[in-house]
Ligand binder design. Structure first.
Ligand code: HAM
Length: 419
C-alpha cells in the first residue's frame, strides 16, 4: 500500500467545514481591511527564495523542497508567500499603479521540518502584504487585522510579542556589539549557535536551547541601539497599539528566521500550542522589493498558520458547522416518488437536504437522519402523499407539524432565511 508522505496530511470531509470556517473568516476580515486576493504559484525559481528569505537561513539552507526542472534550472516549492507576492508585484509592474496596494493569499506552503503537533511539511498560511507606505499605522493595521481575526475565531491565551529590528544600518552597528558579548559566552552556546554566530549573531538570540537562552539573558538589546528614526517608528507602533486596545509584550529576542525584515517584527503566540507556539508572525520588509529588482517600495505583512489556528479553535465554534438542514424521509411507493422530487426542489433553491436511498422504513430513515446530524426530518409516506402533506419533525425537540406538500419549498425557504 502506498501511504501519504510524513508531515503531509489529508484534510478529511469531517475536517473541511472547520477549514472553510477559518478561511471564510480570514477572507472576510482581509476584505474588510481593504486587501485583495492574489493567487501566486506553488513553485518558483529557487533563487527567488534564496535572495529574499536569505541563503543562510534555516528555511533556505535546510528546509526547502528543491528539484531541477528538465533543463536543470533549480526550482523550489514555496516555503512561504511573501517572496512570490513581491515577485508578482515587481513582474506585473504594480508599483506604476497607485499605491498603497494590499494583497492577501491563502494556500499551502512547504518546509522540510521535523513533523510534530502544529508543525507539518505541507501546511497552510493565510497571509497579507501591504505595499507602499512606511507609515507606522500600516504596521498597526496588519497587527490589528491578525489580532481581530484570531479574536473573532475565539482563540484564547494569545500574546502579541513585538520587537524592532531597526534599519539595516542599526543592525550593522549592533552586530559587532552583540558578537563581542557572544564571544565571552561562546563555551555556553550550542554547536549550532557557535557555527552561525559569526555569520548571523542575531539568530543566537532566537535559539530555543535552554543553555543558549541562559547565556544570552544579559545580551545587549537591539532596541537600545536604534537610530532616532527607527526608535520613533517603533514608539509610534506601540502607542498606536495601546490606542486601539491591543496588548503587547516587548520581546528583544524576537529576530525572526527570515532575512528580509527590518523595523517592526512580531509574533502572536499561544500557550495552548506547546513547542510550536507561534500562531502567526510578520513584520516590515522595506528593502525587499528593491532587493528583488523592483523600485524602492516599503512593505509590511504577516502570515498565520492555519493548522495551528485549527488546533486552537474552540469546540463551540465547530458544533453547527457540519449541519445539513433537512433529511427527507420518503417511504412507501408514492412517498418515495414525491420525496425524490421534493429533495431535488429543496436543493434547487439552495436548501441543504439529504436522504439515504437505502432506507425503506420510517424507523430506518430516522436513524439515518440522526446520524447525518440534520436539524429536521420531512416525513413523507403514502398516508401523507394521499393527504397532499408532509410531517416536519424537529429532530432535537421531536416537535412535529403538518405542512402542505404543494408550496413546501417556498415555506421552508422563507423559514431558513428567518432562522
Ligand atoms: P513564518 O514565521 O515563517 O513567517 O510563518 C508564519 C506562520 O506560519 C507561523 O507563525 C506558523 O503559524 C506557520 N508555520 C510556519 N511553518 C510551519 C510549519 N512547518 N507547519 C505549520 N505551520 C507553520 C512567514 O512565513 C512570513 N512570510 C510572514 C510574513 C508575511 N511576513 C511578512 N509578510
Amino acid at each position: 500500500m502506498i501511504k501519504g508522505i510524513k508531515g503531509v496530511k489529508d484534510i478529511l470531509p469531517e475536517e473541511t467545514p472547520q477549514w472553510r470556517f477559518i478561511e471564510d473568516a480570514a477572507r472576510r476580515w482581509a476584505l474588510c481591511y481593504g486587501y485583495q486576493e492574489i493567487r501566486i504559484p506553488i513553485f518558483e525559481l529557487t533563487a527567488l527564495f534564496a535572495r529574499s528569505i536569505g541563503a543562510g537561513t534555516d528555511i533556505v539552507e535546510k528546509e526547502m523542497y528543491t528539484f531541477p526542472d528538465r533543463d536543470g534550472t533549480s526550482l523550489s516549492l514555496r516555503p512561504e508567500g511573501t517572496a512570490g507576492t513581491v515577485r508578482a508585484f515587481i513582474e506585473h509592474n504594480r508599483a506604476a499603479d497607485p499605491l498603497p496596494q494590499k494583497y492577501f493569499y491563502i494556500g499551502p506552503m512547504f518546509r522540510h521540518e521535523r513533523p510534530q503537533a502544529g508543525r507539518l511539511r505541507q501546511f497552510h498560511q493565510f497571509g497579507v502584504e501591504f505595499f507602499g507606505t512606511s507609515d507606522p499605522r500600516a504596521d498597526i493595521e496588519v497587527i490589528a487585522l491578525l489580532w481581530r481575526l484570531l479574536s473573532d475565531l475565539a482563540l484564547s491565551n494569545l500574546t502579541l510579542e513585538i520587537n524592532s529590528l531597526g534599519s539595516s544600518g542599526d543592525r550593522a552597528a549592533y552586530k559587532p556589539i552583540l558578537l563581542a558579548f557572544l564571544r565571552h559566552q561562546e563555551s555556553r552556546l550550542c554547536a549550532n549557535c557557535r557555527r552561525r554566530m559569526d555569520r548571523n549573531p542575531l539568530r543566537v538570540l532566537d535559539c530555543k536551547v535552554l543553555d543558549c537562552r541562559a547565556a544570552t539573558e544579559l545580551a545587549p538589546k537591539l532596541t537600545d541601539h536604534l537610530s532616532p528614526d527607527a526608535r520613533a517608528h517603533f514608539d509610534q507602533v506601540l502607542t498606536g497599539l495601546v490606542a486601539i486596545g491591543i496588548p503587547y509584550r516587548l520581546n528583544p529576542r524576537l529576530v525572526r528566521g527570515l532575512d528580509y525584515y527590518c523595523l517592526t517584527s512580531f509574533e502572536i503566540t499561544s500557550t495552548h500550542l506547546g513547542a510550536q507556539n507561534a500562531v502567526g508572525a510578520g513584520g516590515r520588509y522595506d528593502g525587499l522589493v528593491k532587493t528583488l529588482g523592483g523600485p524602492s517600495v516599503p512593505a509590511v505583512g504577516f502570515a498565520v498558520g492555519l493548522e495551528r489556528v485549527s488546533l486552537m479553535l474552540p469546540e463551540a465554534s465547530l458544533s453547527s458547522l457540519n449541519e445539513c438542514l433537512y433529511y427527507v424521509a420518503a417511504f412507501g411507493e408514492e412517498g418515495i416518488k414525491l420525496g425524490f422530487v421534493l429533495l431535488d426542489e429543496l436543493r434547487g433553491v439552495g436548501i441543504s437536504a439529504q436522504c439515504d436511498y437505502r432506507a425503506t422504513t420510517l424507523k430506518g430513515h430516522l436513524r439515518q437522519a440522526d446520524r447525518s446530524k440534520c436539524r429536521y426530518a420531512i416525513l413523507l409516506g403514502d398516508d401523507e402523499a394521499a393527504r397532499g402533506s408532509v410531517i416536519l419533525r424537529n429532530l432535537e425537540s421531536k416537535a412535529q407539524e403538518e405542512l402542505p406538500l404543494v408550496g413546501l419549498t417556498s415555506i421552508l425557504k422563507t423559514r431558513s432565511f428567518s432562522s
